[in-house]
Write a protein that binds this ligand. Structure first.
Ligand code: HEC
Length: 116
């Protein structure tokens, strides 16, 4: 029992204090400023995003294609979010570009976990 507690303490220490969902090296922490799972915030509910793309591979493909507004499933069909697309383009350029597969996987993992 004691060794289990020691091991868990070590694991918690390794993870740091926050319970941020990560996939490989990709942290979704910055995404939390505008997204949630289960409700729209500044950006759309990630559960809806996951549903619209269907799979992490499909989302990664759109990221790799340059994440053009016309290729974005939510922005291209919802004027309210299309009007905010530039906000997401900035995030894409600084955080997602070069980490497309990890970012897409992290989003789907967060949806599975029910939180970012
Ligand atoms: C400053 C606010 C902000 C942050 C931070 C942010 N987003 Fe967004 N996101 C938005 C807005 C606004 C939209 C809706 C406009 C759009 O889809 O382009 C959006 C839409 C999206 C979409 C759906 C695109 C579509 O239209 O189909 C994905 C996927 C996404 N964000 C992923 C992420 C990821 C991953 C992160 C963290 C690396 C992140 N966002 C961080 C504001 C933000």
């Amino acid at each position: 029992m004691k060794s289990v507690i020691v091991a868990m303490t070590a694991a918690v220490a390794l993870m740091g204090v926050s319970s941020v969902a990560t996939a490989g090296a990709f942290s979704t922490a910055p995404c939390k400023a505008c997204h949630a799972v289960g409700k729209d915030v500044v950006g759309p509910d990630w559960a809806r995003v996951a549903k619209a793309y269907g799979s992490a591979d499909e989302l990664a493909k759109v990221f790799k294609g340059g994440f053009k507004v016309e290729d974005r499933k939510i922005a291209s069909s919802e004027p309210k979010f299309k009007a905010q697309a530039a906000l997401m383009t900035g995030q894409y350029n600084t955080l997602i570009k070069g980490h497309e597969d990890e970012a897409a996987k992290a989003l789907f993992d967060a949806v599975k976990a029910g939180k970012i």
